[in-house]
Design a protein. Sequence first.
Lengths: 380, 350, 145
Amino acid sequence: MSIEYRVSSFEEYRGGRREASKLKTQNSKLVRKKDIGSVLHQWSKDYTIFVPCNEGDTAFTVHGSRLTVYGLWDGSDINLDWYRNTVTPPKANFLPPLEEMFRFQKGKEGHSMELPFEPGVWSLESGVPLPQLIFGIRPCDARALSLLDLIFTDAYQDPYYLPRREGAVLVGLVCLNPYDSCFCTSLGIGPGESDDVDLLLTDIGDEFLIEEISDKGKRLMELTAGLKDATEDDTARANEAKEKAYGRVTRKINTEGIKDRLLSAFEDEHYWEKVAAKCIACGICTFLCPTCYCFDISDEMVKKQGARFRCWDSCAFALYTKMPMENPREEKWQRVRQKVCHKFEFYPMTFDVIACTGCGRCIRLCPVNWDITQTLRLLD
Amino acid sequence: MNSDHKMQQKLRHEAKALLEQDKVDLIIGFEAGSLKFTTTPLITKSKDDLDRLVINPFIVNNLALFLPDFKGRIAVASKGCDSRSIVSLIQDNKVSRDDLVIIGIPCPGMIELRKVEKLTGKDRDELDDIIREGDKVVITVDGKGSEFPIAEVLSDNCLACEFPTPQDYDILLGEPTATSQESRVKSRESRVKGQGSRVQSHGEGGGLQSEASPDSRLQTLKAMSPQQRWEFWRKEFSRCIRCYACRNICPSCFCKRCFVEESEPRWLMPMPRWQENLMFQAIRNIHLAGRCTDCGGCERSCPVNIPLRCLTKEMYDLVDELFHFKAGMDKDAPPLMTHYEQEEAEDLIR
Amino acid sequence: MGAKLNSEWEPQLLGFLCKWCSYGGADLAGTSRKKYPPNIRIIKVPCSGRVDPLFVFKALQMGFDGVLVSGCHPGDCHYQTGNFRARRRIAITKKFLEYMGMEPERIQASWISASEAGKFVEVVTEVTEGLKAIGPNQLFDEQRP
């Protein structure tokens, strides 16, 4: 039986999207940083707004380091000068770590089933019914969402992910201070990449330059009052900032023929065992990867009522793809191989695009500093 | 004062000799990480890799973790807490002492990068340099150096460390870590009578305690009402994403199959709900009673900053208080939970 | 669990009783027609040493208001040392969960021999009264009042 893929390549997908929504002429506006609050205020009538914020920085986190996440905007003024990127990727807003799929009960007339909410509507505890607007998303993370779209619009159309995604507006923020773990430029994404967002903001001092990228972005801008038109000088300053940021991404990988190199190394047990030796098989790199989408479905039933949930799963775990008779990935090195090959070999085979955006979370957050760029370098 | 560099030279030399004389098959140590101020475990059979071995204030991982994964004779670089974890693994029959060559590092304490970040307001990769000089640390940001007492940037568990010098070793890379505040340790000594002669090296310990108690968080928690404490943990664990890094980085969590992975019966749903997350940590800690050596690995690896050491340290203190037991002190002693005394803990039972 | 707060609420107690002693004690209490609170549900275990702290926690998580672990008196264990090991485990579990914020009354342990029907009645009565005093187990409810 042959499976008919709706999308054959990322280029085709993105090309179509671009055709449909991308603006021929770009229009740019200016907003003063201190007026961002009032702009968000206008948007909040139609959208649930998520902004980068710090969580869990209490006296108890000795570290006091920033745990940056996308949190519900509380209506106050925001200052993002400190912001680099979040720990939890924005995929959590579309594919939440835990999601109730439906509820069921057993009655006299047999089983019945109900949906706990309209599928696809944001269902964080507060049950906010409006579509999401993610403010300050980084270009790498926005690309990651485009990559996730491929899998969720493929042979299977995900009724939970897609409506959320279709309604959402992404307001990108150019990444002027990338981490030393970032390697986005090797994957065709720059810190100023605009392909995957609806609006793109660039910090040019006291103001943000706002570029309209898509139709959705344009409509949003039309509804926004109190913005100045940008001059050519402003645009030039923004471009300069983007270029400078591009140069600050120093980590590189060689993607040339990576699919084939991995294919020929696939059976090289020695290589994978060596690479996997220090991996502790925790879920950090996969859970916090913006393009990892594996989930696990489980039913929970108490008395005669129950619910079906899905939650993130990770190929690093020993239980991943474990079946009653056997596990095709019994050993840790096999699971490490799965992770690397999924992103750099299988995804390119199916969609002709690498499922990695170089956001560097997996390197930055790894407890033993397992570095995917080093792993790939061994194949050069 | 031990110099990291001198120890590093000696480590490379010793490791090379061990491989050359065919005394071990595998060396486990640290090499420089791929990011600034990080290190990463180096696990190698090749002599050529040994020049990459490093010792610096960032060798935070507990290398005992890797021992049960490998067969054959292993030489392992080991700090105070690592060595106790190794002894604990020997007690639990997970590794054999005969297969090990323990290269002891008298540990002056590890620098907690997140504390440095808090102190400077900069992220790790924005710092130019961090240099430890005795009991001071010089942190350079944007070309400007500032000096801080080392205690301000050492890990909490290092500040509370009782035995910075390995308890069991074949080779020691330097002089045992000097004590500056022996008296502080002595006050504790009376509490560990149960272990008797096994803790003879006590005097070496505790050189790192600072004036500000590293355990002040525990004191704050204990001062709360039970309801407040439960509420505190409910909140903290609602952030948990169940990546299991805390479990997997822990050398004492050596179960081939963790109870969270059991499906018949299903003790715990795989969903990251606070109820499940809290149960996971509670049971994990209870399973670690008498095994945890307070290496701080769990809290350090948590990507969502859950103050896990507030749990592990309490368990560490609890087994000491109830059973006068310290993990990983004597390889010939039975593990805490397989052992008993005729008279103990009766007051908790009706 | 919605009815938890109304006045007819009765605590639910789960007992893990060792097959050789405490279960016999409970049996004797029954056959001797002694009266004890019906709030206890009993699980027979081969030895108090069989009780993993996990069982205790799981019972509380599933909504029991309290858990009682009961075995032979020290020295009387059918397997020589099972109850000594249980004692360490219980001590750790009780103290640690108390630290996490659980009411200590919810985790109880006792030594009851097969002849001590009276003690069994006494323990179950006391524990049930204690649970009544602290109220229903709402530890794992989404929102605590």
